[in-house]
Write a protein that binds this ligand. Structure first.
Ligand code: GUN
Ligand code: ZN
Length: 429
């Protein structure tokens, strides 16, 4: 038994759907009791200490204990080329992304980048990654292996592409189906691994490939399916050209069995009313990738509007289209995008998106992204005064939100005081 003491923040409901005051549980002298790999109690420090005098105590003082961050969409193979200059989506893919992804047929290289990405995630307080891999099956095994070494719960899948990509990055409808099926049976449910069927996006899949992956999903409806949707205007126009019969971008997935409650649609910025209706009717999830949406020049995601429509929304770095490994930086950019859309997201809403929201998008509510009884003990401890700039501002804060917001806006990996994964300490305090 371990007892973590500090300020604690957890959620009982979604603060994007009802007043945030009704959704948060904050304790300025709180405790989190861990037994094995799980949280068994979140309560007042004094109460937990007297009830569990035998527990090993880790006292974090006035640091904030929260659920570990959950990144709901990223590309681990792009870690090495993050922050590449000067291109928007299609040119960015062709110039920077595809040449880098072509290297992942080499298992040793894939292992190196997979391990590096997991370590960077942990250093930034992220305990779950949801990743695209490359077309190479080796890239999938490399990622699941690196995550397993660190006991991280992850979601990932082989990225499928059989057109509009360099020859060395193309599979076929049949091999995409066969490889995905084999990887799925090898990895899905093994330890904390979750397989996601992963067509990159409609422009790089033939109708045959989309249909094959739709068929695979119907054989494994419990699996997630991740892809990209309506990220950038030229991309949407291209999809219209490639699929002249489709009603809209989402229809290119829907027509091939790739729309469902376990679907995870990255970006989803420029949606038609019909697309929002359908996503909401089927109970699909969309993923907000704020730093990427600004970095690649895509547009302003409507977090507030889509949450009000009942959509589940995850938050994500979208590394390396995203320009940061940090979910704090990602929350900051989500805030700024909210400002440009005329809605100031409250710190509780930002924290919710980075933990519970992403977990809900992944259908893992209560297991990850949650600081509460029964959840896996994936925990991040935030130093709310990690730099002089932040500390001088936090010093005049009069409540937890005023104390936390400077770290959301200005914090980085220096704010990560400690990380626990599956009940074990993942980094030195
Ligand atoms: N759309 C298709 N592939 C990608 C990718 O790798 N990154 C981003 N941001 N969008 C995409
Ligand atoms: Zn992406």
């Amino acid at each position: 038994k371990r007892l973590l003491l500090g300020q604690t923040l957890s959620f009982s409901a979604n603060p994007l759907r009802q007043p945030w005051e009704d959704c948060v549980r904050f304790d300025s002298a709180g405790g989190v009791l861990i037994e094995g790999s799980r949280v068994v109690a979140v309560d007042g420090a004094a109460k937990l200490q007297s009830a569990h005098p035998d527990a090993m105590v880790v006292d974090y003082g006035d640091a904030l204990i929260t659920a570990g961050f959950v990144d709901a969409h990223m590309h681990y193979p792009q870690t090495g080329m993050i922050a590449s200059w000067g291109k928007q989506l299609i040119d960015w893919l062709n110039t920077y992304t595809f040449p880098e992804e072509a290297r992942f047929g080499d298992r040793a290289y894939a292992d190196t980048i997979a391990r590096r990405t997991c370590d960077l995630a942990i250093a930034h307080g992220t305990t779950t990654l949801t990743s695209f891999c490359t077309i190479h099956p080796e890239s999938v095994s490399a990622f699941f292996s690196a995550a397993a070494e660190r006991k991280m719960a992850v979601v990932a899948g082989k990225t499928c592409m059989d057109r509009n990509a360099p020859e060395n990055l193309r599979d076929s409808a049949q091999s995409a189906y066969d490889d995905s099926k084999r990887l799925l049976s090898e990895w899905h449910g093994k330890g904390r691994a979750h397989y996601a069927i992963t067509p990159r996006f409609s422009p790089t899949s033939t109708p045959d490939q989309l249909a094959a992956l739709g068929a695979l999903w119907s054989e494994h409806p419990d699996c997630l399916m991740q892809t990209h949707l309506s990220e950038q205007h030229p991309e949407i126009a291209w999809v219209q050209d490639l699929f002249p019969d489709a009603r809209d971008y989402l229809d290119t997935y829907e027509a091939f069995g790739l729309l469902g409650p376990n679907g995870l649609y990255g970006h989803a910025i420029h949606l038609e009313p019909r697309e929002v209706d359908r996503l909401s009717e089927v109970g699909a999830a969309v993923v907000h990738c704020p730093t990427s949406n600004l970095f690649i020049g895509s547009g302003l995601f409507d977090a507030n509007g889509l949450a009000k429509r009942g959509l589940r929304i995850g938050l994500a770095t979208d590394t390396g289209g995203g320009s940061s490994f940090s979910m704090l930086r990602t929350m900051a950019t989500a805030y700024e995008i909210g400002q440009l859309r005329g809605t100031a997201l409250h710190p509780s809403q930002l924290m919710w998106l980075a933990t519970e929201g992403s977990a809900e998008a992944l259908h893992m509510s209560g297991q990850i992204g949650h600081l509460g009884t029964g959840a896996m003990a994936d925990i991040t401890v935030l130093d709310l005064a990690s730099t002089d700039a932040i500390a001088q501002r936090t010093a005049r804060a009069d409540d937890i939100w005023d104390a936390l917001f400077p770290t959301i806006m200005m914090g980085d990996d220096r704010a990560i005081k400690d990380v626990w994964i599956a009940g074990e300490r993942a980094s030195a305090a």
